[in-house]
Design a protein around this ligand. Structure first.
Ligand SMILES: Nc1ncnc2c1ncn2[C@@H]1O[C@H](COP(=O)(O)OP(=O)(O)OP(=O)(O)O)[C@@H](O)[C@H]1O
Ligand SMILES: O=C(O)[C@H](O)COP(=O)(O)O
Length: 394
């Protein structure tokens, strides 16, 4: 059974709360605060119940553009919450532990990006994770652990799976709600159509295989960099610029996408055209017009029309990842159109950090459930088990 905040004696307790506030960034800070807003209920409840709330979170991946401190996140949370929010530029050092010890009841402290520490970017089993430096050093300063980071629950990293071995642990309100909705997806109306876009090529190929093998998906529509990977796997010569974007993420995933096309090609839909930027304009190219020197940044209107036909008959539409570089208005078209078609399905689920940002930016509404998780939601929908959830279950 997974315990929730209803089971936690919060008064005066130092509660470590793992959140997922991994967000798109802009030069001057956060580009979108949807993931921070999602945790407001959990954090306000704990602060109102006089807990000393200690936040643990990651931002970006080592070496990536969005790998940064959590200073801007703390400042934004301070605006979003009634409680006072402090920031500490360490995660488990004596400085961090002293700040936890000094924290007032009803206040929040954001510790530094957990991925600044190399152990956090490795996968562990729960017992080993409990012995990592981060967990072994920080746990004694805490009385309880709450995991509200549904969106990262598919990762077996120390801050996600290590604390339950050392502290009484609970699911936060976001985690509770997500498990409620996504745990019952096998009851959802058929046919089920999965739309896989975005940048996480390896994860998406794995998801496509799983839902196809298990008969959970009647159709898989590919878009974004994921779509480009499937086009390459199908032998389409997109051009060196597009191929580089895909191969930078995973050349191996293209091979696996090819294997999947061999087995399930009749149920996997590939883009029929792509959009590139040429002299500052959007130009749509049919596959026959490729290769192109410019990278494919969006799906084109023929793809949108073909995918809309499939989505029109969907009982359930499950979406992850944008169809293109929606942050640039020239390439927002595919995402806007595809999401609007999906939102019209009888039951529609959409997930992902950038996806949530896209919904807000493009003003798209009407989904039955907007999950905070992208990869996590898809893994939950397909395998039903998430490492960080399994360790909460006792
Ligand atoms: N054709 C493309 N070329 C380059 N970037 C693309 C393309 N299509 C989509 N993207 C980028 O993919 C990014 C989002 O992908 P991602 O897989 O991270 O989605 P997500 O919704 O955040 O899912 P998750 O929660 O798993 O992170 C966006 O920044 C978008 O610009
Ligand atoms: O955005 C996400 O999907 C989660 O925050 C997990 O991030 P990751 O894919 O870098 O582990």
């Amino acid at each position: 059974m997974i315990r929730t905040l209803d089971d936690l004696d919060a008064e005066g307790a130092a509660v470590g709360v793992r959140v997922d506030i991994n967000s798109p960034l802009a030069a001057d800070g956060l580009a979108d605060d949807a993931r921070l807003r999602a945790h407001v209920d959990t954090l306000s409840e704990l602060a109102d119940r006089n807990a000393r709330v200690v936040l643990l979170a990651h931002q970006g991946r080592p070496g990536g553009d969005e790998f940064s401190t959590l200073a801007a996140h703390a400042a934004r949370l301070d605006e979003l919450l009634d409680a006072s929010v402090g920031y500490c530029d360490a995660t488990f050092s004596s400085d961090a532990r002293d700040r936890v010890d000094a924290l007032d009841a009803g206040s929040v402290l954001v510790l530094e990006n957990t991925r600044f520490y190399s152990e956090e970017y490795m996968e562990w089993d729960a017992e080993e994770a409990a012995d990592t430096h981060l967990v072994a050093k920080l746990a004694p300063a805490l009385d309880a652990f709450v995991n509200d980071a549904f969106a990262a629950a598919h990762r077996s990293q120390p801050s996600l799976v290590g604390f339950p071995g050392r502290l009484p642990s609970y699911a936060g309100r976001v985690m509770e709600r997500e498990l409620d909705v996504l745990g019952n997806i096998d009851e959802s109306p058929e046919p089920r159509v999965y739309v896989l876009g975005g940048a996480k090529v390896t994860d998406s190929v794995d998801v496509a295989r799983s839902v196809l093998e298990r008969g959970l998906a009647d159709a898989v529509l590919t878009a974004g960099i994921v779509g480009n990977a499937f086009l390459l796997a199908d032998g389409v010569r997109l051009g060196a610029a597009s191929a580089e974007v895909v191969n930078d993420r995973s050349a191996e995933a293209v091979k696996r996408a090819g294997d999947l096309l061999d087995e399930y090609g009749h149920r996997i839909y590939l883009p029929r055209d792509v959009a590139v930027g040429r002299d500052g304009e959007r130009v749509e190219l049919d596959l026959a017009d490729l290769p192109s020197p410019e990278p494919a940044m969006d799906v084109g209107s023929r793809t949108v029309a073909a995918y809309a036909d499939v989505l029109e008959d969907a009982g359930t539409a499950v979406l992850n990842g944008p169809a293109g570089v929606f942050e640039d208005e020239l390439f927002a078209y595919g995402t806007r159109e595809l999401y609007e078609s999906a939102a019209r399905a009888e039951y529609s689920i959409v997930g992902g950090g950038d996806t949530a940002a896209a919904l807000r930016r493009l003003g798209i509404e009407g989904f039955s459930h907007v999950s905070t998780g992208g990869g996590a939601a898809l893994r939950m929908l397909t395998d039903g088990d998430l490492p960080a959830v399994t360790v909460l279950d006792d």
